[in-house]
Design a protein around this ligand. Structure first.
Ligand code: NDP
Length: 281
């Protein structure tokens, strides 16, 4: 079983390749320099040469606010890339696994979103990712996740560990809720669903929904600082406001895994503790 991972220098890509290597898989990780997913001939060339059994597309333009200012780039990477990957996967007979996001939802629902809820993205990033979901088609496995944190790349945990040393107090929004998800747990589930050749949409997040304010308090406490230094604010009070609207509720019900009696990922506090310990070591 040969696995090709795109976006292999990203937060999830790095941990997914490492996890596959640990399990003795024949895994090939290609970063953006190794394979630009928005380049059709490069995608067709790599896939037909490497002949993977499974392709996992972790590549994306994830700069949510920057996407608002460059719709073409967002669509080229997040929607056209998946189109070329689907075409290449079909030529090579490979199974395609595509990573997507909670930002495909508008966040107005008063319960967690399950896989059959209607997407209604509010941002360019969310719209481009939804377009990508549609490009990969019914046979692909779409894994929607949220608030991704890992040892590599940029994420809230790493930002807060830096800010606690620089600032006496922090303010974070208390009216956007989601499930922080850690690549240490996400990567094994992605590998498992990929090797099972699953198709259809799967929500995969760690357990424990929190607001950004609550999550930041947890990170600050884990790092040995006083969580009282973190103060709640409303999204409407952000100054300056952020260019891209975020869903107020982006909690994903992992309904497919739950209803199929598959193991769910742990509460996020456990991998949070492990990650903070690792980053502070
Ligand atoms: P990262 O931004 O850490 O990684 C994405 C990688 O894709 C980067 O290494 C980036 O390279 C690469 N990339 C960008 N453009 C291209 C391209 N044209 N061709 C090939 N590679 C490219 O994101 P994550 O690992 O956090 O995200 C993984 C997946 O999870 C993505 O699909 C994302 O949409 C999704 N997701 C992420 C969330 C998050 O909070 N981060 C939340 C929900 C879903 P470079 O840095 O050089 O541009």
């Amino acid at each position: 079983m040969r696995i090709l991972v795109t976006g292999a220098a990203g937060q999830l890509g790095i941990d997914l390749v490492a996890h596959c290597e640990l399990h003795g898989d024949d895994v090939i990780g290609l970063d953006r320099a190794g394979l630009d997913v928005s380049d059709r001939s490069a995608v067709l060339g790599s896939v037909t040469t490497l002949r993977p059994d499974v392709i996992v597309n972790t590549a994306a333009w994830t700069a949510v606010d920057a996407c608002e200012g460059d719709v073409d780039r967002a669509v080229r990477v997040n929607a056209l890339g998946p189109r070329w990957l689907r075409e290449a996967a079909s030529l090579a007979g490979a199974h395609l696994v595509h990573i997507s996001t909670d930002y495909v939802f508008d966040g107005m629902l008063d319960r967690p979103y399950h896989e059959w809820d209607e997407p209604n993205p509010q941002s360019v990033y969310g719209a481009s990712k939804l377009a990508g979901e549609r490009e990969v088609g019914q046979d692909a496995c779409i894994i929607r996740t949220s608030w991704v944190c890992g040892a590599n790349g940029n994420n809230m945990v790493k930002t807060i560990l830096r800010l606690v040393r620089e600032q006496p107090s922090l303010s974070f929004v208390d009216d956007q809720r989601g499930c922080p998800t850690f690549t240490a747990d996400l990567a094994p589930m992605v590998r498992r669903l990929a090797l099972d050749r699953r198709s259809g949409v799967h929500h995969v997040t760690n357990g424990g929904a929190v607001s950004w304010f609550e999550f930041v308090r947890e990170i600050v406490a884990e790092s040995g600082h006083d969580p009282a230094m973190v103060h709640p604010i409303a999204t409407a009070d952000l100054d300056p406001p952020r260019p891209a609207p975020r869903p107020a509720n982006s909690v994903l019900d992992n309904a497919v895994l739950r209803l199929a009696a598959e193991p769910l990922l742990r509460h996020h506090r456990e991998p949070l503790r492990e990650l903070v310990a690792h980053l502070l070591a």
